[in-house]
Design a protein. Sequence first.
Length: 401
Amino acid sequence: MTLTAQPQPPTPSAPTPSPAPKPRRIRAAYHAVAVLAALALIVLSLLNVSTETPYDPENSGPNGWQALHEVLEDQGVSVEVVRGLNEFPSSVDGATVLVVGTTNLSPESGKDLLQQTAAADKMVVLSPASNIGSVLDLPLRISSGSTAPREPVCNSPIFRDGDTISEAGDTLILTTRVPEATTCLPPSAGFEAGGAQGGSLVSFPASDTSPELWVGGVANAFTNASVTQDANAALALRLLGRTDTLYWYIPTSADLALGNPQTLGDVLPVWLAPTAAMLGVTALAAMFIRGRRLGPIVTEPLPVTIKSMELVDARARLYERGDANAHAYRALQLAALARWAKLLGLGRGAPPESIVAEISSYTGANEAHVASLLVGKPVSDDKSFVQAARDLHALEEGTPR
């Protein structure tokens, strides 16, 4: 009878653990993610600069005019946004021209604007700056005021009985009296009783060389956050929606270049500040990532063993070669003070004067002599150094341990 050995099933081998990722590769991945995130933030900030400008028709934030832009188009008004005088159309006959701010206008560019809008039906200047008088050659100055609701207190077709305008803010005051000008929305009902002439909205009639002109400090009343309050929306539609076409002109720094720049910030692009800030934050993050310690300090054994006596001899030769008797003696004094403090139980932080007093009491030696040895002036020559070192040694050797 033949016996046949049964084959044994193969023994399953233990799974081989996958190697752990190297810390250096992990750090490199973190750095790459940080750089990509910073670049993404920079791109987003650049893309969002134009939509964060106050009173911009594309700004959907609280201080934007996107809602007003959409309402005007819903009412059948064709709105064309003009960013800079170089984009201004050659003809604006019969249209309304809205000018948003005068900060980026100079007297020279103001003259060009008046020439290009001479054939318009109406020009409305909102959010004027302090240069409004010189830019458009108007006898006006601006005075900041309360944003409390105001009543028209004027006879004008753009207002109705019972209208109240909130968030009006700035008051435009005529520096010389102009009888044909109409002033509305004064800061108080009796504002003009004393002879003043002004309000948050001032109009000048059309002439042969200029259209009907409205200048108003009511820009905040037309923002997305305030346009639905009181009669703000109705005033905006009556002021800007009379014609079929509205040219929404936003002056740029290029328009200011036609005259003398007011400040450096007026000629720099608006995206420069947020971009510089983002680059600074990215640079600081990179410095922190690359400059931090990557781990604890690792000690490793020296390739040879050096006897302590050899170190002492080598240091002594260095002192001798450098003629450093004073430095060497100071080292002996500090070492002796440390040994005495330990022997007397005074601790390492005890002042030298206390140690000297305790040594004198403990050994019976003269305190002045002990002080001269341990805290006295360093020696200056080899002979004095040798003698002082012997005295220090004698003081310690004569002490019972």
